[in-house]
Design a protein around this ligand. Structure first.
Ligand code: RP5
Length: 163
């Protein structure tokens, strides 16, 4: 089970690419809202109880001064994937720095700004470390990406890149 935590309900639209990936791979997940700043007790309790509730990895999505992933990581030893979101006046640079630049001892695996699909895929790869069936499906996904590049190259060679 993957736990997806949003800093605000307003982050839901940015999460959609992650939801599509998780639905495609049919891995169970839950989505909840917990803010590091507006509801710090709720965020802490979520992380503290995550392991006993069966979660294996947490994806934390937040914008602006995005301390959510780091706060969750400080309350659990589960792997936490940080997804910094744009949308603030600083366009996500604030969220990226706040998420990625963790002090030694409390790691957050940070993906790119608004890289929701990658956040989901990274969470799946973590689960795939102990789930051979999921690892095989991730390998098929990887090979499909490579096949698409081959196809693009073929089209370019056949059609001419000037067109
Ligand atoms: C962050 O502030 C949230 O993750 C969201 O990205 C941003 C704005 O939140 P709202 O004011 O829309 O609730 O904490």
């Amino acid at each position: 089970m993957i736990g997806v935590v949003l800093g605000s309900r307003s982050d839901l639209a940015a999460l959609q690419p992650a939801v599509r990936v998780l639905d495609e791979f049919q891995v169970p997940y839950e989505v909840t809202v917990a803010s590091a700043h507006r509801s710090p007790e709720r965020a802490a309790a979520y992380a503290r109880t995550a392991r006993e509730r069966g979660l294996k990895v947490i994806v934390a999505a937040a914008g602006a001064a995005a301390h959510l992933a780091g706060v969750l990581a400080s309350h659990t030893t589960l792997p936490v994937v940080g997804l910094p979101l744009s949308g603030s006046p600083l366009g996500g640079v604030d969220a990226l720095y706040a998420t990625v630049q963790m002090p030694p001892g409390v790691p957050v695996a940070t993906v790119g700004v608004d890289a929701a699909a990658n956040a989901a895929l990274l969470a799946l790869r973590i689960l795939g470390g102990t789930d051979p069936g999921l690892a095989a499906r991730l390998e098929a996904y990887r090979q499909n990406l490579a096949a698409k590049v081959e196809e693009q190259d073929r089209e370019l060679a056949e059609g001419g890149w000037r067109r």
